[in-house]
Design a protein around this ligand. Structure first.
Ligand code: CU
Length: 147
């Protein structure tokens, strides 16, 4: 068998990515009747995350406990490495959250149409993914649709 160098690099990259993702667990807290929350969970699993699903009675108490400020609020709240993931956050910003020590969490406020798990065929809304710093400041991590 002969492999080109670029093919081997690609295979190595896939192995590394797969290995890294296999170990990633996200705890998702959600309301029992939230359909889009389940769709976001499916999106996470499709992208290689392991999800622990927690059905909650009182999501506002959960958000308060996890440090989600009300202005960043959405439906479900995920937790990875002790940091929150509020709402329909794309995988790219979850990875960014994991790499940034200055952030306590990341959010896609509201429930923007066209975000992951919010694909119901409506026109996509513009939305931002916001990081929350330890100092309580919002920082914009991404603008969707990507410009
Ligand atoms: Cu939702």
């Amino acid at each position: 068998m002969r492999y080109t160098a670029s093919k081997l690099t690609l295979i190595a990259a896939l192995l590394v990515a797969g290995g890294a993702q296999a170990a990633q667990v996200i705890d998702v807290h959600r309301d029992a009747n939230c359909g889009c929350c389940k769709d976001w969970i499916t999106y996470l699993e499709t992208n290689g995350f392991e999800v622990r699903d927690h059905v909650e009675q009182d999501m506002s108490a959960v958000k308060q406990r996890l440090g989600v400020t009300p202005r960043l609020g959405s439906c479900h709240t995920g937790v990875i490495d002790g940091k929150f993931i509020e709402g329909h956050v794309p995988v790219a910003q979850i990875h960014e959250l994991q790499q940034r020590q200055d952030l306590v969490g990341v959010a896609a406020p509201g429930m923007p149409a066209g975000s992951p798990g919010m694909d119901y065929g409506q026109p996509a809304q513009a939305y931002q993914v916001i990081g929350l710093t330890h100092a309580g400041k919002d920082v914009v991590l991404a603008d969707y649709p990507a410009k």
